[in-house]
Structures are given as structure tokens and as C-alpha cells.
Write a protein that binds this ligand. Structure first.
Ligand SMILES: [Zn+2]
Length: 472
């Protein structure tokens, strides 16, 4: 009798063992706005810098499994980041601008919440604001993605172990300044707030839960109060980077938990795509790939227990590789020293310091410094006319171009569009597109991502491969 019971228990255990996953460490990399062409442009750009036609393979495209996913939302063929993030976090499509709720408004459960409830460590990180749509999709449930203070309160109540990113959009309730600040709520909920990587290193040992944001001091003026860490192109020594945030997250989670889930968002890829700024996009894709390398280092130490998925929430900009003839000239983008956002701020500053007027000589000098225009980058008479026209508009106070995340100077926008045209890239929109996004994977269960997917299929595969108590 005892023996048959033993056999029965063993059979049940064996079934559970085969049904449950083996992954004790799950990484979810999301390049916001990162379509296949954003990745390929970065690879072909690197090859062109070496004088070759072809690809310098990134870490993500070197992963053994690759496929694609469609991204439409429940309400539209083209998704926004909150509906897409919600789908990546929960496997359920919802209405654009909704976060963590289904189309009827009922709260959904995210993979991060499910694994947290099972005792896993959870980390949510990004290169933009931690309360922005994609990261918030993993811990917040609100009707509108721009309810940042409400999202921040849900972050503080999440009990997740690690948050990393630029900042919080609304540390105080914009409707009622008497309400408790997010920083107080975080302290009340036993979070340590570190400002910058050095501060993290000093505080990590005594922290129960951690929020890592960038420090205000030392940050370039045009990034103060903005919801992103500086673009790779604008970065100064000491600025926070996505690889640094990722290594801090892995360090913290692996020292506190024997299993963890970590989401890493390359959030600023999307912002640069909204500005149709190819050089900056490539810089952000490369920084995102560097962050992936940090996770891969961890993977190689735990290959039988780790699963890494890399994808995007949607494509942004409708980026095309080719705009006229059968040529590409991506290497010309190396002449761009700063993002269009920073160039725009510099032009605006000169404009204001100069009594709301800019001279062509000043503009020429700045474009020479920041874009190598008139030197390495030849400017035709027609292009000069375009730039002078933009200057005229600026001097008549009509010179601004509104993109989703930035009010750009017409001049900066025109100059960077000229450079993009010369690189032979094309942009179809300043918004999102319905293009399929890449899916790359390595590790336990990675082969299940093979074949063209829909974004709603990704989270269930990750969850299925997560180790349960019965399996490990
Ligand atoms: Zn976007």
C-alpha cells in the first residue's frame, strides 16, 4: 500500500515536473518603437563605418531564436505604448491609452505580479521615466496612461523589489499639492531611493527594496526635469546608462532572491523615432543592445535556468531603408554629434540670448560643429535655401515643430531631416506604425518563440517557462 502511494506521488510529481518550466531567471527586453529596420539600420551603419556593405551583428540578432510579432491593439490596427505594454505584460489586448485594464475596464494581472506572488524578485527598468507607459504596464492599472501620480502611487504599493529609470513625471499630485509625495510613499513602503549609480553602490547593502533614478546635479540643463536619461549621443561621463541600470538591477535582484523577473525597456528609442532622428535612434538601439549584453553575461553563468526574450512593443516612425535610388549611405550619420532634441535646445538658447533673433552666420557655425555641415557633409544650394527658410520662420517666431515628446526648433528639425535624407533612410510618420516587430530569444524554452507570433502570445510562453515550486 505504502509502495503504491509512493509510486502515485512520484507519477504526479513527474507530471508536474514536465508541465512546469525550468526558468528561474526571466529577462524581458522591450525596445520601445524598435522595428526590424531600426535594428538592421544599426547593424548596417556599423558595417559601413568599417567600409563594408553588410551587417555587424548585434547581440540581439545573434540569439539562437528569432521571429516576428504583430502588435495591433484591441481598438486599432496601430497600437500605442500602453495597450502594447499591457499586452506584453498580460497577454491580453486592450484599448489604446489604457494601462493594465481590459477593454471593459477590468484589471488584468501582469506576469510581474504573478511571479511576485510566487515569491520571485521583480525588477522594472527603463531609459525613460519609470511611470511611463511600458514600465507602468507591469505594475499599474489605470484608465489613462498619463495619470502619472496615480501610476506612481501604484508603483510604491507594488512591493516589487527594484525600479530603475530616469525619474518620476509627477512626484506630487498635480490636482492637490497637499497629497503625500511619491518619495514619502516610497519611504513608507520601505524603498531606498538612490540617485545615480554611485549612490546605488553606497546604498545597496542596506536596502530592502530599491528605486534607482538619475541624479539632478551634473545633468545637462536641457535634460533637467525631462523624463529620460540623456540620449546615448548626448551622454556625458557620469550620466546614467541603460547597461548600468541593468547591471544594478541584476546585482540587486540576484543578491536578494533565488528567482527573479527583470523587464528592461529601451524607452528612448521610441522618442528618437518620434523625432525621425536616425543617428539618435541608432545610438539608442546600440545602448539597448549593450544592456542585453549585461543580461547575457548573467545567462552564461546560469544557462540552464535563464530565459531571455527581446522584442518591441511596436514600430515607430515607419522607418524605411531606402528613399530614392538603389543606395544607402548610413555612415554619413556619424557626423551628427548631438540629438535633434539637444541641437534644438542649443539653437533656442542662442536665439533667446540674442534678443529673439538668430543670424545665418551663427546657425552655420552651430550646424558645422554639431552636424559637420559645410565640411564633411556637403550642403547643396537647395539645402541651404531650405535651412535659410527655416531660419526665417524661427526669426518670425513660427519656427517650431511639435513631436510627441519634444517641441523642436524648425531649424534643428530641418537640418536633421536633410542629414537623414542624405543617409537614404526614409520616415513615413512621426507616429507609430503597424509594422511587425522582431522577437529574439535564448535559454530555457526559447524555441517556443519560433514562428510568426502575435504580441498576445509572448507573455504566456514566458510564464509557462517560469519555474514553480513543484518543478524546482
Ligand atoms: Zn511612441
Amino acid at each position: 500500500m505504502k509502495k503504491s502511494l509512493f509510486v502515485f506521488v512520484f507519477a504526479v510529481m513527474a507530471t508536474l515536473f514536465s508541465l512546469a518550466g525550468d526558468a528561474k531567471y526571466i529577462f524581458y527586453f522591450i525596445g520601445d518603437g524598435m522595428g526590424a529596420n531600426q535594428v538592421l539600420a544599426a547593424e548596417m551603419y556599423l558595417a559601413e563605418l568599417e567600409g563594408r556593405i553588410g551587417r555587424n551583428q548585434l547581440a540581439m540578432t545573434s540569439l539562437p531564436v528569432s521571429s516576428q510579432a504583430s502588435t495591433f491593439s484591441d481598438s486599432n490596427g496601430i497600437t500605442d505604448s500602453s495597450a502594447a505594454g499591457t499586452c506584453l505584460a498580460t497577454g491580453v489586448k486592450t484599448t489604446n491609452h489604457t494601462l493594465g485594464l481590459d477593454p471593459e475596464g477590468k484589471p488584468l494581472t501582469t506576469i510581474a505580479e504573478i511571479l511576485k506572488a510566487r515569491g520571485w524578485g521583480v525588477g522594472i527598468t527603463t531609459s525613460v521615466s519609470i511611470d511611463h507607459a511600458t514600465p507602468a504596464s507591469f505594475y499599474a492599472h489605470v484608465e489613462k496612461r498619463n495619470e502619472y501620480y496615480k501610476i506612481g502611487r501604484q508603483l510604491a504599493a507594488s512591493d516589487f523589489d527594484f525600479f530603475g529609470g530616469a525619474t518620476f513625471y509627477q512626484p506630487h499630485d498635480p490636482k492637490d499639492s497637499a497629497t503625500t509625495s511619491l518619495y514619502q510613499l516610497l519611504r513608507d513602503n520601505h524603498y531606498t531611493v538612490a540617485r545615480g549609480y554611485q549612490d546605488y553602490l553606497g546604498k545597496r547593502a542596506n536596502a530592502e527594496k530599491m528605486v534607482l533614478i538619475q541624479k539632478h546635479e551634473g545633468l545637462s540643463d536641457n535634460y533637467k526635469g525631462k523624463g529620460q536619461i540623456p540620449y546615448s549621443l548626448d551622454k556625458k561621463a557620469g550620466d546614467l546608462t541603460l547597461p548600468r541600470i541593468t547591471s544594478a538591477a541584476i546585482d540587486f535582484l540576484s543578491s536578494h532572491n533565488d528567482r527573479f523577473f527583470l523587464m528592461v525597456e529601451g524607452g528612448a528609442i521610441d522618442w528618437a523615432c518620434h523625432s525621425n532622428d536616425a543617428a539618435t535612434v541608432i545610438g539608442e538601439v546600440l545602448e539597448f543592445d549593450e544592456a542585453l549584453r549585461v543580461a547575457l553575461d548573467f545567462y552564461y553563468q546560469h544557462p540552464d535556468e535563464t530565459l531571455i526574450l527581446v522584442t518591441a512593443d511596436h514600430e515607430t516612425g515607419g522607418l524605411g531603408l531606402g528613399n530614392s535610388d538603389y543606395t544607402l549611405n548610413l555612415q554619413i550619420l556619424k557626423n551628427q554629434q548631438v540629438s535633434v532634441a539637444q541641437l534644438s535646445d542649443k539653437l533656442r538658447e542662442q536665439y533667446e540670448n540674442n534678443g529673439n533673433k538668430l543670424k545665418w552666420k551663427q546657425v552655420r557655425q552651430l550646424l558645422r560643429e554639431d552636424l559637420n555641415f559645410f565640411d564633411e557633409v556637403e550642403i547643396t544650394a537647395k539645402e541651404e535655401k531650405e535651412l535659410r527658410q527655416a531660419l526665417k520662420l524661427t526669426n518670425h517666431n513660427k519656427g517650431s515643430v511639435k513631436t510627441l515628446y519634444k517641441q523642436l526648433s524648425k531649424l534643428a528639425d530641418t537640418a536633421v531631416r536633410i542629414l537623414n535624407r542624405k543617409s537614404k533612410l526614409g520616415w513615413t510618420t512621426g507616429a507609430h506604425s503597424a509594422s511587425a516587430v522582431p522577437v529574439f530569444a535564448i535559454g530555457v524554452g526559447a524555441e517556443e518563440f519560433t514562428g510568426w507570433k502575435d504580441n498576445s502570445e509572448l507573455m504566456p510562453i514566458l510564464l509557462k517557462n517560469a519555474a514553480t515550486d513543484a518543478s524546482k
